[in-house]
Every structure is written in C-alpha cells, then in structure tokens.
Ligand binder design. Structure first.
Ligand code: ZN
Length: 73
C-alpha cells in the first residue's frame, strides 16, 4: 500500500507558536514532515505503526531496500 500523503498523525502546538504544529510523537514540525512518512524520525511511533501496517514510504527510502535480491545481473 502507498499513500500520496500521510497527515493523520497526532499533532500538537509548538509552545508559544500558535500557528506552528508538530508531530506529537517525534516532535518534527509539520512543515518539515510535509505529509511524508520519512519526514518523521525513524523511531516515531506513528511512522513505525504505518510501516508495520504495510504502508510504504517514498521511493528509495526504507522498505525498498529490502527488495534488492532479484536485481543481480
Ligand atoms: Zn512523527
């Protein structure tokens, strides 16, 4: 499975910044995450849960590294 954007993670306000939000788990700002799983920290609970649920990250990151066994020529 693959989604274009991942935006259903829990978010919280930056203290003192009313219009800035961050992931409630890994504390990365939403504008840096930008809807991508790899925008979260590798140990982010949301990111890990999504990966374990079968969602894939963008090409070239993470899961795709596991699928190189049939590329020898
Ligand atoms: Zn996160």
């Amino acid at each position: 499975m693959k989604r274009r954007f991942y935006i259903d993670y829990p978010q919280e306000h930056f203290e003192g910044h009313a219009h800035r939000y961050r992931c409630a788990f890994c504390k990365i700002e939403t504008t840096r995450i930008n809807g991508h799983l790899e925008g979260h920290k590798p140990d982010c609970m949301y990111r890990q849960a999504m990966v374990h649920a079968g969602f894939e990250m963008e090409d070239g990151v993470g899961i795709t590294l596991l699928n190189t066994s049939d590329e020898e020529d």
